[in-house]
Design a protein around this ligand. Structure first.
Ligand code: 5RP
Length: 222
C-alpha cells in the first residue's frame, strides 16, 4: 500500500452506512472510492454519494457506488478530496484537476471536509509549488486576464493537448502566480473579479487533513 492508498483506506474505514458523502477528484479521491467499494462489497456498507466532477462520476458509477445529483442536495455529511498543497494553518490549494466550483460547493456545504494527502503536499505557504487555478466563464477570459493584470497578477490560460482545458461545467482555467501573498488576501482579490467562477484556495473551518506517512496516518493539526 502506498501513502495515498493508506490514507484513503483509513478514511473509508470511518464511514458509516446511511451517510451522504461527496467524492473529490484526482488519484487520491479514486483511492478513497476503491476503498469504499471494497467495504460495500465485503461489509454491505450502504451510503449515497455525490461526485465533484464528471470524471469522478464515471469512476464511481463504474465501480458500483450509489450516486445522487448535486442538484438534489441540501447538505452533505462529509466531503472527501485530495489537495495540491496544504499549509500549516490548513489552508489548501486545489485545482490541478480544476473542477473547483463543484469541489468548493461540496466542501462548503458539508458538515466535515476531509482532505487526504501524502507528505509531498505539505508546504510552508500556499502557492509554493503550484500556481493558483482560477475557473473563468469562457466569454470572460480576456476581461478577467485584464482585471488580473491591473492587480499585478500574471494569468496563463491552461491548455490541454492542442486545445484548452475545460472544466466539468464548461469553464476555462487561468493559472495565476502570486508572490507569497496571504491566502485570505488572494481569496478576497479573486472573489472580487467579475467573470471568475471559483478559484483553488480553500479556507474552510470544517477542514480536517489526514496524511499517510511512515506506514501510518496522522491528522495535521493547526
Ligand atoms: C482536483 C484536486 C485534486 O484533489 C488535487 O489535484 C490532488 O490530486 P491527487 O490526489 O491526484 O494528488 O484539487 O481539482
Amino acid at each position: 500500500m502506498n501513502d495515498k492508498q493508506r490514507v484513503a483506506h483509513y478514511a473509508a474505514q470511518q464511514i458509516d452506512s446511511g451517510m451522504l458523502i461527496g467524492l473529490g477528484t484526482g488519484s487520491t479521491a479514486n483511492c478513497f472510492i476503491d476503498a469504499l467499494v471494497e467495504r460495500q462489497q465485503n461489509e454491505a456498507l450502504d451510503c449515497q454519494y455525490v461526485a465533484s466532477s464528471i470524471v469522478t462520476l464515471q469512476y464511481a458509477r463504474q465501480a458500483g457506488l450509489k450516486l445522487v445529483g448535486i442538484e438534489t442536495l441540501a447538505y452533505l455529511d462529509l466531503y472527501v478530496d485530495g489537495a495540491d498543497e496544504v499549509a500549516p494553518d490548513l489552508s489548501l490549494l486545489k485545482g490541478r484537476g480544476s473542477d473547483l466550483v463543484r469541489e468548493k460547493l461540496l466542501a462548503q456545504n458539508s458538515r466535515e471536509f476531509w482532505v487526504l494527502i501524502d507528505p509531498s503536499k505539505k508546504v510552508n505557504h500556499i502557492g509554493e509549488k503550484f500556481p493558483v487555478a482560477v475557473e473563468v466563464m469562457p466569454f470572460a477570459v480576456s476581461l478577467v486576464q485584464n482585471s488580473l493584470s491591473h492587480l499585478n497578477i500574471a494569468a496563463v490560460l491552461r491548455k490541454q493537448g492542442d486545445g484548452l482545458h475545460v472544466t466539468s461545467h464548461g469553464c476555462l482555467v487561468l493559472d495565476c502566480q502570486f508572490n507569497n501573498d496571504a491566502p485570505v488576501s488572494i481569496d478576497l482579490q479573486l472573489n472580487a473579479v467579475p467573470g471568475v467562477v471559483e478559484h483553488g484556495i480553500f479556507l474552510l473551518p470544517q477542514t480536517r487533513v489526514f496524511c499517510g506517512e511512515d506506514q501510518t496516518v496522522r491528522e495535521m493539526l493547526r
